[in-house]
Design a protein around this ligand. Structure first.
Ligand code: NAD
Length: 438
């Protein structure tokens, strides 16, 4: 059993804390957000993540997991301190490090014994050294500490599973003994542990996310070409995926990527490259294609409806992807704003993001289910591929609608079937093979 403190109880920090407690460690999660800590102390989770609440309650009950806003309390017995605070995009696309700075300063001011400080936030290459400097400067008296980079690769929606069964754990440090001690925390996960230097570990995270984003933009560019040439991108992706050198993952054409990681991490890597004199032309194209996908959805809708002013549009799915309530940089947010700007009336439904949605989309009417989202609309758009949308009664959906336009932004329906039900269907990179409705 190790004593672990996790700073930042968001999607990454909370999952990390809960999972380490479940592995038998003594964990204290710290956040500066008092409401969040209050919610956690009541046994509730401030975010939606499958399996998280049950695991949290089990570990609180077992006395292995507590929550606090006090750095002094959190660091008192800690051997390991994970930093898992946000690193949002700054004005020029750079990763904003103010929360990491604040966390490092608070750790320095409150530590009273040697610590291993592990950075889990996604941070620009060189941040590990910078954190070490901050800590040195803010300590009242010199107390030894070691900085380790441990980038996180979990996905929202399957975060517990991803944490417990990772493809690999990456650890970077200039101090092999510190990295080895952090490795020992991860041994129960029975996975590959790659130990490297700080900067390389930090870069592995950016390169991984940029590569996944590139695959998505690649298939989206192929989708645009498929639309022009009459091929079906979904089948193209299947055929490509059989090739072991390519593999089937991250080849789903659609409205493009969103969320709190891919867009900001590609932007941050582009920014890092630019300020160091490199020319990140591929990364630029990846972001450009991603923006294009969102714009094209509106272009298709506008063309099918002959304009958007006073048109009523239903949106299915607001979260940036299924199985999460996270709406950060969600395509649905951009799309809804654009529809509203062009004079449309918008109603929307999401299975779990409905608590978050009113703050982000106050002018969108939120309804209780997918059938209500279709009620009296001229067009219905699928923006997030929640499983429940795959199994809707599309006859009933069509009957509820005033119009007949179906924009399938995630290619979850069969174009021919939708056309035969009377929809004018527009997917991404595919159209009905027998008579084109869209
Ligand atoms: P988040 O916004 O959900 O959580 C961050 C938490 O940190 C918030 O609760 C905030 O109140 C807290 N915080 C901010 N400053 C603090 C401070 N000084 N002291 C204590 N707490 C503080 O963010 P997230 O999605 O968990 O992301 C955290 C980091 O992990 C980011 O760098 C992100 O890029 C990276 N990451 C995220 C994911 C993901 O899927 N969300 C996956 C891999 C990596």
């Amino acid at each position: 059993m190790k004593q672990i403190c996790v700073v930042g109880a968001g999607y990454v920090g909370l999952v990390t804390g809960v999972a380490f407690a479940d592995l038998g460690n003594q964990v204290i999660c710290l956040d500066i957000d008092e409401d969040k800590i209050e919610t956690l102390n009541q046994g509730e989770t401030p975010i939606y993540e499958p399996g998280l609440k049950e695991m949290l309650q089990r570990n609180v009950l077992a006395g292995r997991l507590i929550f606090t806003t006090s750095y002094a309390q959190a660091l008192k017995d800690a051997e390991f301190v994970f930093i898992a605070v946000g690193t949002p995009s700054g004005a020029d696309g750079e990763a904003e490090l103010k929360y990491v700075r604040m966390a490092a300063e608070s750790i320095a001011e409150n530590m009273n014994h040697p610590l291993i400080i592990i950075n889990k936030s996604t941070v620009p290459v060189g941040t590990g050294d910078w954190v070490a400097n901050i800590i040195e400067k803010h300590q009242d008296e010199p107390i030894p500490f070691w900085v380790v980079s441990n980038p996180e690769f979990l996905r929202e929606g399957s975060a517990i599973h991803d944490f417990m069964s990772p493809d690999r754990v990456v650890l970077g440090s200039l101090h092999p003994e510190a990295a080895e001690r952090v490795a020992s925390l991860h041994r129960p996960l029975r996975t590959i542990i790659q130990i490297t230097d700080l900067r390389t570990a930090e870069m592995i995270k950016y390169a991984s996310n940029a590569f996944l984003a590139t695959r998505i933009s690649f298939i989206n560019e192929i989708a645009t070409i498929c639309e022009e040439l009459g091929a079906d991108v979904k089948e193209v992706a299947v055929g490509m995926g059989y090739d072991k050198r390519i593999g089937p993952h991250f080849l789903d054409a659609g409205i493009g990527f969103g969320g709190s990681c891919f867009p900001k991490d590609v932007r941050a890597l582009e920014h890092m490259a630019l300020i160091h004199g490199a020319h990140p032309q591929l990364l630029r194209a990846v972001l450009d294609i991603n923006r294009h996908q969102r714009r094209q959805t509106i272009v298709k809708l506008r063309a099918l409806l002959g304009g958007l002013d006073e048109r009523k549009i239903g949106i299915l799915g607001l979260a940036f992807k299924p199985n999460t309530d996270d709406m950060r940089e969600a395509p649905a947010v951009d799309i809804a704003h654009q529809l509203l700007r062009e004079g449309a009336v918008v109603q929307a439904y999401d299975p779990v993001a409905m608590a978050e949605a009113p703050h982000i989309l106050p002018d969108v009417r939120l309804v209780d289910n997918a059938y209500e989202a279709a009620e009296n609309v001229d067009a219905l758009m699928v923006v997030t591929e929640w499983n429940e949308f795959r199994h809707l009664n599309m006859v009933r959906i069509k009957e509820n609608m005033a119009g007949d336009v179906l924009i399938d932004g995630r290619n979850i329906y069969n174009p021919d079937r939708m056309t035969s039900l009377g929809f004018r269907y527009a997917g991404v990179g595919r159209s009905p093979k027998h008579g084109n409705g869209g």
